[in-house]
Design a protein around this ligand. Structure first.
Ligand SMILES: [Zn+2]
Length: 159
């Protein structure tokens, strides 16, 4: 078993709620380690975008399958409750999310016209997202955020 190969396959697991965005893109993979005591046993530590995310079960199952397909004999997936933050999203992840019309964090720009966004609702379709409106084109945009990231409400008179 090649641990680097297993790690690459784990990072390539897609988030079931976010199209082709992988858990590697989102910065959800804390570690992929070989268990010294038992040959072929891999421990994967993941951070959910928020605790209680309904996608965690699906992601854990997909990680199991990906790691086994890459040669791991036994896979242990654990969830690290340390807070995930949108700052862990990679540049590639931001690019993919923008294509889905999703901005990242309060500093995120409108994926359609690159203008500033103002938050209009704390929670959107998923609890790891809030909803913002573009100050230019007026589109509603989902904003991915960590639960620990404070929402920077801004008053915008024309909304
Ligand atoms: Zn816009």
């Amino acid at each position: 078993m090649n641990l680097e190969h297993v790690c690459a396959e784990v990072l390539a697991v897609v988030d079931p709620e976010l199209g082709d965005v992988t858990i590697g893109d989102l910065g959800m993979v804390r570690s992929v380690n070989l268990d010294d005591d038992l040959d072929g046993r891999v421990r994967v530590v993941l951070t959910p975008t928020f605790m209680g995310c309904p996608a965690t079960g699906l992601i854990a199952d997909a990680v199991q399958v990906a790691a086994r397909n890459a040669g791991a004999r036994c896979v242990e997936v654990t969830w690290d409750p340390a807070p995930w933050s949108e700052t862990q999203v990679t540049a590639e992840g931001r690019h993919k999310l923008a294509r889905l019309g999703i901005a990242v964090g309060d500093e995120g720009k409108c994926p359609h016209c690159d203008a500033e966004l103002v938050v209009v609702a704390a929670n959107s379709a998923a609890s790891c997202r809030s909803m913002a409106r573009c100050t230019n084109c007026g589109d509603l945009v989902d904003v991915l955020r960590g639960a620990a990231s404070p929402i920077r409400w801004r008053h915008y008179a024309h909304l």
